[in-house]
Ligand binder design. Structure first.
Ligand code: NAD
Length: 276
């Protein structure tokens, strides 16, 4: 959750100076990189994740950016009571919510015909239902924000993390159930963008291509040939790294995108346009 004014002030001076080496692990999450982007802009962030203890890098980010408040909530976003309590805690700590990045996600990779009910229900619970209600809680808080100025009174910005997997099928990868669960974000994007625009809340989506994180590393650890596919099919000839997504998140959170809602920015090295 970022402070809108702080992000706006520092947008002018944005420099993508960080490197993948800024992070301890080669992979880990996109969410962590986006937290980093927000604090580099002077915003405050509450992180919800189901790890019991925050990732080491989150503590380092807080140490490096003492002017920003970073608060961690260990919560499973599919647990209604706990996630509601976490948002109460966020409001108690920060007083308001100006932006939300709905990033938590899980992936199960296997052929369509082999999926079990249990794993598909879990995929849908995290990637669709959990996402829906986390965004609902954030939007309820944003609606209470006081108008700032001008004719249009921005109250908040929602960013959904989608996926290249809803843009096109990926051969050699059993991502059909994952794609179906991520497709929920696409529906939410358009419905919410229209419903919330008159209330001053913008809703946009970032859809990453194959990006080096724990999720993708676990995929190509099991099947090394996937690493080649994820790289060689991409027009720009490489997988994405988390840095590639930071600017988009800051853009959508800031007033630089005040007239942008309902947009899906696919950041895939060109993969959604075509494969080599
Ligand atoms: N890595 C890629 O190539 C790629 C591509 C397209 C989209 N995405 C999407 O980006 C998002 C982040 O993925 P990532 O690659 O960083 O994966 P990741 O596995 O590194 O991170 C996912 C995060 O979600 C958290 N999480 C999972 N289930 C949760 C739950 N029930 N409650 C709370 N937190 C939960 C995990 O703890 C983890 O920190 C996901 O939505 C994913 O679908 C990733």
């Amino acid at each position: 959750m970022a402070s809108q004014s702080a992000i706006q002030e520092s947008l002018q001076s944005y420099k993508t100076t960080s490197t993948v080496d800024d992070f301890h692990s080669g992979g880990d999450g996109i969410g962590l990189a986006l937290v980093k982007a927000v604090v580099e802009f002077g915003g405050h962030v509450a992180v919800i994740d189901y790890r019991e203890v925050p990732h080491l890098d989150l503590c380092e980010i807080q140490d490096l950016h003492k002017e920003s408040r970073v608060k961690y909530f260990s919560v499973d976003i599919t647990n209604e009571m706990l996630v509601t309590k976490a948002f109460d805690g966020i409001l108690a700590e920060f007083g308001r919510i100006d932006g939300v990045i709905a990033c938590a996600g899980v992936c199960v990779e296997k052929p369509f015909v082999d999926h079990t009910w249990e794993e598909v229900v879990r995929l849908q619970m995290v990637n669709s239902v959990g996402l829906f209600f986390a965004v609902q809680l954030a939007v309820k808080a944003m609606l209470k924000n006081q108008p700032t100025s001008g004719d249009f009174t921005p109250k908040g910005s929602v960013i959904l993390i989608g996926s290249i997997a809803t843009e096109s099928g990926v051969e050699s990868q059993g991502l059909t159930a994952y794609s179906a669960s991520k497709g929920a974000a696409n529906g939410l994007l358009r419905g919410l963008a229209v419903e919330l625009a008159p209330m001053g809340i913008r809703v946009n989506m970032i859809s990453p291509g194959h990006t080096v994180t724990d999720m993708s590393i676990s995929q190509f650890t099991n099947r090394p040939e996937l690493a080649m596919i994820m790289r060689n099919a991409v027009p720009m000839g490489r997988m994405g790294d988390r840095r590639d997504l930071k600017g988009a998140a800051v853009y959508f959170l800031s007033d630089a995108s005040l007239y942008t809602t309902g947009s899906n920015l696919v950041i895939s090295g060109g993969l959604h346009a075509g494969r080599l």
